[in-house]
Design a protein around this ligand. Structure first.
Ligand code: ADP
Ligand code: MG
Length: 329
């Protein structure tokens, strides 16, 4: 915190040295990491550098008093999820951290949550900036992908199958539970985990590179994010409610409320949605198994535009923006 009063400077410098100078595994392609004016990095010569940034702000993306260890995980996870959705192999990240005060216990827990995920994915923290202000975390992550194997949003084709990984709506139900709008009962812990500790589908994304036509990570809900693929590709898509993968918690919610909205429009799941030539269905199934993910065929890419949601009785439901009322039971 360069704008901190003088007596704080040393301790905040120490905080960075203690918790951020060696976060993540050693990498040969990091010539110089945390500590100088810039990091010095060696991108591989024959691959594209994939780059992304995501910010979490207190009161917007996480609640006041949120568990710092989970926040450290999630802040990195959402960035790794972007790299996954591009088919990229994560390599490095930098951390812009804004804190109301230098709180050692908070930083220690935050750095631990981040470090565990960083090690799991082989990514190294190579720099950042620490400032004083309302709590927010902004991460900038880089990865590599061979040209031609990247998963762009713009390459879906009519006739492609639409797939999603994992289960949908759990993070939205976790948020409703946190806000007292839904009681997950026996699934309480599972829903909280899905909201606070998303697992980026990095291996799945990398293996789908060069196989899937288009991909996106589900941060805003299936309807909206599949819509981004459609817009970028100049196509339409349809998905069937009856095909959507629901967890036990999701099925319990649906049985009680009849409300499909968390599954269609719930954010923060960080699963992958991808489109695939039907001829590659078997290959994709093998890839998903090898990546440890269950992936489900939920619909098709069609000529035209827009995302069309098909109810179990075959009727098309309107997906008008803000159209929650169409779905609540
Ligand atoms: P400068 O004023 O030259 O930008 P800083 O004092 O901000 O330097 O940072 C010193 C070093 O610590 C730099 O290498 C910077 O990348 C690193 N750094 C600062 N904050 C963080 C952080 N939150 N996470 C990782 N590295 C950080
Ligand atoms: Mg600085």
């Amino acid at each position: 915190m360069s704008d901190a009063p003088h007596p704080m400077i040393q301790s905040e410098f120490d905080l960075i040295q203690t918790y951020f100078a060696a976060l993540g595994p050693h990498r040969e392609d990091v010539d110089l990491g945390v500590g100088d004016d810039c990091a010095l990095l060696r991108p591989p010569p024959n691959r594209l550098l994939a780059q992304t940034q995501d910010t979490l702000a207190e009161g917007v993306h996480f609640a006041v008093g949120a568990d710092p260890e989970a926040l450290g995980h999630k802040a990195l996870a959402v960035n790794l999820s972007d790299l996954a959705a591009m088919g990229a192999e994560p390599a490095w990240f930098s951390l812009g951290l804004t804190l109301p005060q230098a709180d050692t216990a908070w930083v220690a827990a935050f750095a631990h949550g981040m470090a565990v995920l960083a090690r799991a994915h082989g990514v190294r923290l190579v720099g950042g900036d620490t400032t004083r202000g309302p709590r927010s975390i902004s991460i900038h992550a880089q990865g590599f992908v061979a040209a031609g194997r990247e998963l762009r949003r713009s390459r879906a084709r009519p006739g492609d199958l639409v797939y999603v990984s994992g289960t949908l709506g759990d993070a939205a139900l976790g948020l409703m539970q946190q806000q007292g709008e839904w009681d997950g009962g026996a699934q309480h812990a599972a829903l909280a985990e899905r909201l606070h500790r998303p697992e980026p589908r990095v291996l799945l994304g990398r293996r789908l590179g060069g196989v899937a036509h288009a991909a996106i990570d589900l941060s805003d809900g299936l309807a909206a994010d599949l819509g981004h693929i459609c817009t970028a590709s100049g196509v339409g898509a349809r998905f069937e409610l009856g095909r959507l993968p629901l967890s036990a918690a999701g099925r319990a919610y649906l049985a009680v409320t009849g409300d499909w909205m968390p599954f269609i429009a719930g954010g923060d799941d960080y699963e992958l949605c991808f489109t695939l030539d039907p001829a590659l269905e078997r290959e994709a199934a093998a890839i998903c198994r090898a990546a440890g993910c269950v992936c489900r065929h939920v619909g098709e890419v069609v000529a035209g535009d827009g995302v069309h949601c098909i109810a179990p009785d075959g009727a098309e439901l309107s997906l008008a923006r803000g159209g929650y009322e169409h779905f609540s039971g």
